[in-house]
Write a protein that binds this ligand. Structure first.
Ligand code: HEC
Length: 189
C-alpha cells in the first residue's frame, strides 16, 4: 500500500465515524427534546413499522430455533389451552367469530387477530412468543407465572385457531371451564 492510498483509507474511516457521531447526536436530541411523538393514537411511519416488524420476526425466529416442539398435541392439551386462551388472550387477540375488546383497538402495535396471524409462525415460535412476550409492544410474557406444560397447552390450542369455526371455539372454551377440575389432574398421553 502506498502513502496516498493509506491516507485515503484513513479519510474514509474518519468519514464513517463522523456520520455515526452525527447519528448518535440526532438520537440524543430526539430523546431529550420530546420531539418524537409516542402517542399510540397515531400510526408509525412506513419505515418505523417495517423496522419493528422485521426486527421482531427475525428475533423470534432466531431465539426460538432451539426449542423442540412436541410431534403432535393431544386433544386434552388443546382443551386445556382453550380455557387459558379465553381467559388471557381473547380480549387482545379475538377468536373465531369474535373481535378483540374495544380498548385493545387503541394499542400500537395492534394485537393481530390471531386466527389470521398464526399461519405466519412455526409452533416453536408461538411457544416462544407466549413464554417471553414482545418488548415495547404490550404482548406480555406468560412464562413468569406459567409452567412450560401450560404454555404448550396454549400453543396447542393457538395452532388450531386458523381452521376453527366459531361453534368449535364456543364448545371448546365452554366445555373446558366445566371439565377443567378433572382434566387438570390427568396426564396427557
Ligand atoms: C394486552 C394485550 C395482549 C395480551 C393479553 C396477549 N397479547 Fe399476544 N400480542 C399482543 C400484541 C400487541 C402483539 C403484537 C406484537 C408485535 O407485533 O410486535 C402480540 C403478538 C402475539 C403473537 C404474534 C402474532 C403476530 O403476528 O404478531 C402471538 C402468537 C401472540 N401474541 C399470542 C398470544 C397468546 C397466546 C396470548 C394469551 C396467552 C396473548 N398473545 C396475550 C398483545 C397481547
Amino acid at each position: 500500500m502506498n502513502q496516498s492510498s493509506k491516507r485515503g483509507g484513513i479519510g474514509a474511516l474518519g468519514g464513517i465515524v463522523a456520520v455515526l457521531l452525527v447519528g448518535l447526536l440526532v438520537l440524543i436530541i430526539i430523546a431529550y427534546t420530546g420531539s418524537y411523538n409516542v402517542a399510540a393514537s397515531e400510526d408509525h411511519g412506513e419505515f418505523t413499522r417495517w423496522f419493528l416488524e422485521t426486527t421482531m420476526h427475525n428475533s423470534v425466529s432466531s431465539h426460538a430455533a432451539d426449542i423442540n416442539a412436541p410431534e403432535r398435541f393431544t386433544e386434552q392439551s388443546v382443551v386445556l389451552g382453550a380455557r387459558e386462551y379465553a381467559a388471557m388472550c381473547e380480549h387482545c387477540h379475538g377468536a373465531p367469530g369474535k373481535r378483540k375488546a374495544s380498548w385493545a383497538e387503541g394499542m400500537l402495535p395492534q394485537p393481530p387477530h390471531l386466527p389470521d396471524a398464526v399461519p405466519e409462525w412455526e409452533v416453536n415460535e408461538v411457544f416462544w412468543l407466549v413464554k417471553h412476550g414482545v418488548k415495547m409492544s404490550g404482548m406480555p410474557s406468560f412464562g413468569l407465572d406459567h409452567e412450560d406444560e401450560t404454555l404448550w397447552n396454549i400453543t396447542a390450542f393457538v395452532m388450531q385457531l386458523p381452521a376453527m369455526t366459531e361453534e368449535e371455539y364456543n364448545r371448546l372454551t365452554a366445555s373446558s371451564s366445566g371439565a377443567g377440575g378433572q382434566a387438570q389432574g390427568g396426564h396427557a398421553h
